[in-house]
Ligand binder design. Structure first.
Ligand code: G3P
Ligand code: CA
Length: 244
């Protein structure tokens, strides 16, 4: 069972930054989940939101800016008594750091509201350039993106992210040989767990931060990992579980 640090150790450090990734590794994470988008000039950048106001000190849309514009900004994390800052990162810089480390990376394409033309092709090509094909899982809420990635790079694992709506047809996952599903953990009612078990895919729910929910989810079949902002808490839950 893998500890997957959601946007790095984002419960305590600025999300999707090297600081959060280093702290995730120190907290014994097996994998890092991160969000990628394309800038106006086609650079793959680690950033969760479409707009700037929550994370950096300006207004605007990420897609309207170049990498050179963005490089000057820091991502902030507001804690109850202080704010912590760390530089915004390109995927290339992240790969440079990750390639010599024994860590998996779950890469989410953040193309939910606006299309990012050519993002899948760029992602596959950068992953191959760094020879990280066997240490990444591509993931997306967009079925079309998942299918495109699988067609471009059949040997790279893919995950479909979903809130498991009642009417959702998941049969394509089996026929397209998608290896993973990442469901919102609050959708994992017994009937949905049974549905996923039948599909035979491996499961990594998100975003699980309370130890009681972590404990409950450890019992679901085909569990691959748990995606959490608090890898430190998940590690403690796993240690306690081993003693039972
Ligand atoms: O990996 C799934 C999860 O990260 C999706 O939600 O909004 O945190 O990117 P979000
Ligand atoms: Ca994400």
């Amino acid at each position: 069972m893998k500890i997957i640090a959601h946007r790095g150790f984002s419960g305590k450090y600025p999300e999707n930054t090297l600081l959060a990734f280093k702290k995730a590794v120190e907290a014994s994470s097996d994998a890092i989940e991160l969000d990628v988008q394309l800038t106006k000039d086609g650079t793959l950048v680690l950033f969760h939101d479409d707009t700037f106001n929550r994370l950096i000190q300006t207004d605007g849309f990420l897609l309207d800016h170049t990498w050179t514009d963005l490089e000057q900004y820091q991502i902030r994390k507001r804690l109850f008594n202080r704010t912590v800052y760390a530089p915004i990162l390109s995927l290339e810089s992240y790969f440079n750091w990750a390639q010599d480390r024994d860590i998996m990376t779950v890469i989410e394409l953040k193309n939910n509201l606006r299309p990012h033309e050519g993002m899948e092709e760029k992602l596959v090509s950068l992953t191959k350039k760094f020879k990280l094909e066997h240490r990444v899982i591509f993931s997306s809420f967009q079925k079309d993106s998942v299918l495109k990635l699988k067609a471009l790079a059949p040997l790279i694992s893919c995950a479909y992210i979903t809130k498991l709506r009642k009417e959702e047809d998941l049969s394509w996952i089996e026929s397209a040989q998608i290896e993973f599903i990442h469901p919102k953990f609050t959708s994992l009612w017994p009937w949905n767990i049974a549905k996923l078990k039948k599909l035979g895919v491996r499961i990594s729910p998100w975003t699980v931060n309370h130890p009681l929910f972590m404990w409950y989810l450890l019992h679901i079949p085909n569990l691959y990992g748990i995606i959490t902002d608090r890898p430190d808490r998940l590690k403690k839950v796993l240690q306690r579980k081993r003693k039972t």
